[in-house]
Design a protein around this ligand. Structure first.
Ligand code: ITT
Ligand code: NA
Length: 186
């Protein structure tokens, strides 16, 4: 049982594959276009992308994630990719230099496109805070500056398995897996 994923980000595949594997699914990257619109919500972004890929003989998923920082009114949110490429973790820390409320939420939205052409959306979110210094070398993106609630570690200080106990993406992926398990044909 294979699920295709349209992404250029290998870290996502590494995180999601072991979760889907426990449900009996193999996650396979596919060279499909991920058409990205601008929108305030990740759900809209993945839903649009899913509508604009063809239905295939296997289920296809698209995942989009974003870091929403309270003191910045939700920035970078859906612009996280561009903001990471431009100002990075260092730039975010600079923007928050005098800020004491460092609350942030990481969100993940997954769109599933079934072989019959239906689209389903699954979401996950993890509350946490932006640290004052980058910590850790694991993971990717904003992992060194995001510390989820309930731990003193940043995502980047965790192993992949440990990140999956806390992460926004793991929560959305489990919802996806549970839905797939109820679909008789896949
Ligand atoms: P796609 O090909 O799937 O679009 P992407 O790298 O553009 O991959 P996203 O749009 O989902 O990924 O995420 C936007 C950015 O947010 C991404 O480039 C990272 O910098 C950051 N990000 C996403 N998920 C993250 C995570 O789990 N930990 C840390 N940073 C993350
Ligand atoms: Na993206």
């Amino acid at each position: 049982k294979t699920i295709l994923i349209a992404t250029k980000n290998r870290h996502k595949v590494q995180e999601m594959a072991p979760i889907l594997e426990t449900y009996g699914y193999k996650l396979q990257p596919a060279d499909l276009p991920k058409i990205e619109i601008q929108s305030d919500t990740l759900q809209e972004i993945v839903a649009y992308a899913a509508r604009h890929i063809p239905a295939l003989d296997k289920p296809v998923i698209i995942e989009d994630a974003g870091l929403f920082i309270k003191a910045l009114n939700g920035f970078p949110g859906p612009y996280s990719h561009y903001v990471y490429q431009t100002i990075g973790c260092k730039g975010i820390l600079q923007l928050l230099q005098q800020v004491t409320d460092r609350t942030a939420v990481f969100q993940s939205a997954i769109a599933l496109k079934t072989p019959t052409g239906e689209t389903h959306i699954f979401t996950g979110e993890t509350m946490g805070k932006i640290t004052t210094e980058p910590r850790g070398t694991g993971g990717f993106g904003f992992d060194p500056i995001f510390q989820p609630q309930g731990t003193h570690k940043t995502y980047a200080e965790m192993s992949l398995q440990e990140k999956n106990l806390y992460s926004h993406r793991a929560k959305a992926t489990k919802k996806l897996a549970e839905h797939l398990a109820t679909m008789a044909s896949v």
